[in-house]
Design a protein around this ligand. Structure first.
Ligand code: ATP
Ligand code: MG
Length: 267
């Protein structure tokens, strides 16, 4: 990354689905090494932002930049190669495959050149296969999942499936990791441990993290800054304290919806 470039940014990002403007002229940036949070009421457009950033949808208008390079509108596989990986709000694992296989697939995709060899089962390809399995196991181990390496993914408890999704995303070697509600369905104790784990992942894998969450305790503890969305647009952005005390944010979370400019809506 050359000096002066923002690590990651969206500018004027807009996405229409028919008559619905799911993302509305959104601008924010992410600093390298940060854990940036995205919060907002249901339907605010948070997941759509991830879908635009990862190439699931093309923006209606606006730009997305990673390390100075425009990446808006690229295909999902190209986005992965640029260094962005994600997890999904609704877990998407290869359910019938083992944990190890779930992690080896993205590792293999990184080394596409070896594909022909692996089909032909050359000695070199077998060696690479063993090497991939070793790397897969050590990735699993780094998040405490090594004991489950040969277990079928959908037989894991829910919390471990969420972890496995994170390992799988990390296997693509990302610069920027997008986590869509990683604590969904977790109890307070699990959420607390996940918060610690996310902070650890940032250090150990040297990744920048952009994280959508409804668990405010998790967001307020590990995210800075926090981007607040409402009706597809940017409502606020700042430190946890700034966001917590912002009257527009409070109003949005009390269900009053639209930006309030009068004191009566600030309760
Ligand atoms: N593929 C789609 N087709 C049509 N409308 C869509 C599509 N995807 C999202 N939307 C609409 O866009 C808006 C934003 O949805 P999105 O899933 O991004 O919200 P969200 O902030 O992630 O909500 P939640 O917190 O409930 O996950 C919603 O009105 C949703 O119905
Ligand atoms: Mg969502």
């Amino acid at each position: 990354m050359s000096a002066g470039h923002t690590f990651f940014s969206v500018t004027g990002l807009t996405k229409d689905f028919g008559g619905i403007r799911a993302v509305d002229d959104l601008c924010f940036s992410v600093e390298k090494g940060s854990i940036t949070g995205i919060i907002g009421p249901n339907g605010a457009g948070k997941t759509t932002v991830f879908n635009l950033v990862t190439g699931v949808y093309r923006p209606t208008s606006g730009a997305i930049h990673l390390m100075g390079e425009p990446i808006g509108g690229l295909r999902p596989d190209a986005i992965v190669r640029k260094g962005i990986a994600r997890t999904f709000q609704n877990i998407r694992l290869f359910n019938r495959q083992s944990c190890l296989e779930n992690v080896m697939t993205p590792l293999l995709q990184r080394e596409r050149h070896s594909f022909v060899g692996s089909v032909l089962r050359t000695p070199g390809a077998r060696r690479r296969q063993r090497d991939l399995a070793d790397r897969g196991r050590s990735l699993l181990a780094s998040l405490g999942l090594e004991p489950f390496a040969s277990q079928q993914a959908n037989t894991l408890p829910y919390g471990l499936q969420r972890k496995l999704e994170i390992v799988r995303a990390l296997a693509t070697g990302p610069e920027l990791l997008l986590l869509d509600e990683p604590a969904a369905g977790m109890n307070p104790e699990e959420t607390k441990r996940l918060a610690e784990l996310i902070a650890e992942i940032r250090e150990r894998f040297d990744v920048t993290i952009l994280l959508i969450e409804h668990h405010m305790d998790l967001v307020m503890n590990i995210c800075e800054p926090i981007v607040v969305m409402n009706f597809g647009a940017l409502l606020a952005c700042g430190t946890p304290d700034e966001v917590r005390s912002n009257p527009d944010v409070i109003a949005a979370y009390l269900g009053k919806g639209k930006k309030s400019h009068d004191a009566s809506a600030q309760g």
